[in-house]
Design a protein around this ligand. Structure first.
Ligand SMILES: C[S@@+](CC[C@H](N)C(=O)[O-])C[C@H]1O[C@@H](n2cnc3c(N)ncnc32)[C@H](O)[C@@H]1O
Length: 355
């Protein structure tokens, strides 16, 4: 048992890092909606004010669930699963610059939303260079997944959407990994993150297991570049640009595979292929941890917000995701479902490859 004063110090340190962060991103959401209303009053094209991920969910319920996630995050630190999280959002000038990029892009996002334009990125110079399902402006974002600007804005956009909890939701992938890695030498293990984006999950993994060799795969060169920058303080970290449908990774080579916020962006057929790829590269007994949105029926109070999400954001495969039977899909790939754990708007789905 830690000394009560040590425990208090830990709680204070956690709050000192997380509360201003939440306030910062909630503040961005508030400012975004104010700007939108002001523009509407002026009759000008409004900057983007998507209904938040929260949609119709009761606010007090929402903040209670956010607080539950934070308590869980802190409990994981107290249990020694990972150290006090460092979100590594950058220096103040960097934060302000990301903020500027976020706000200056809003009118373009709103224009796409109003005009229903979600395929701008499927044009020169990218047309034909990626699968058709991939070349879309998901969330009506500028550049789709293809540009450095998009990669630089992405983390702010996601944190604003989730009220500063995106990293905390990602970290909920770590307890099932901790369980799988218990009493094993991290240097001998291998972890692959599929659809690694800007590398935020891998950064959290390395904070917990600094000597674990990790590989991130993503189909975006721009996002992979951003991830490499973010992860450059770690050794034993590689980012490879590749399609998750056909990963350049040997069979049965990974002790753990993770994937965060990817599966809801894939068409049903591709979702199956990618899950089968995750199973293929796992060693027998290896663990797959997926963090993605809640699905219909997981939390009935959230069903309305989830159903609305693809209307406010361009999320063409989200509705099929909401009804996807992951346990059955996993069985078909030789995986067995271990459990689901709720993490605010997300859930952590844990599977093991049959030995
Ligand atoms: C919503 S983002 C999630 C990024 C990151 N995992 C996170 O925690 O935020 C989806 C990511 O998946 C990548 N992606 C989508 N389809 C892919 C595919 N078929 N193969 C590899 N990466 C893909 C995109 O490039 C993007 O970086």
């Amino acid at each position: 048992m830690p000394h009560p004063l040590d425990r208090l110090a830990l709680h204070v340190a956690y709050g000192a890092r997380q509360l201003p962060r939440i306030a910062w991103f909630v503040g961005h959401g508030v400012a975004m909606r104010q700007l939108s209303r002001a523009a509407q009053r002026r009759g000008a094209a409004a900057p983007a004010a998507p209904r938040q991920a929260a949609g119709s969910t009761d606010r007090s319920r929402l903040f209670a669930d956010l607080a539950a996630l934070m308590r869980q995050d802190l409990a994981n630190v107290e249990r020694g699963i990972y150290p006090l999280p460092n979100d590594r959002d950058g220096s103040l000038p960097e934060l302000l610059d990301r903020s500027r990029l976020f706000f200056t892009d809003l009118p373009d996002v709103q224009r796409r939303r109003e005009q229903g334009r979600h395929s701008e990125v499927n044009s020169e110079p990218y047309a034909g260079k990626r699968p058709r399902y991939y070349l879309q402006n998901f969330h009506f974002q500028s550049g789709g997944w293809m540009t450095d600007g998009s990669a630089r804005r992405y983390d702010t956009q996601v944190e604003v959407l989730f009220k500063g909890t995106a990293n905390a939701m990602r970290r909920q992938a770590l307890p099932p990994l901790h369980e799988a890695f218990a009493r094993r030498d991290q240097r001998t293990l291998r972890l692959l993150d599929v659809g690694a984006g800007t590398g935020r999950l891998l950064d959290a993994v390395k904070q917990a297991w600094p000597r674990l060799p990790v590989l991130g795969i993503d189909l975006s060169e721009a996002y992979s570049r951003e991830a490499r920058k973010h992860l450059d303080r770690w050794s034993g970290t590689r980012m490879v640009v590749a399609n998750a449908e056909q990963m350049p990774v040997p069979d049965a080579s990974q002790d753990a595979v993770t994937s965060v916020f990817l599966f809801h962006e894939l068409p049903p057929r591709v979702r199956r292929t990618v899950l089968a790829e995750c199973a293929r590269v796992l060693k027998p007994g290896g663990r797959l941890v997926i963090v993605d949105s809640l699905q219909t029926g997981d939390e009935p109070d959230y069903d309305g917000a989830l159903a609305m999400f693809p209307r406010n954001f361009h999320e063409p495969y989200f509705t099929t995701y909401l009804a996807e039977d992951f346990a059955a899909m996993a069985r078909d790939c030789g995986l067995t479902k271990v459990r689901d754990v709720r993490a605010f708007f997300s859930k952590v789905m844990v599977f093991d490859r049959l030995g």
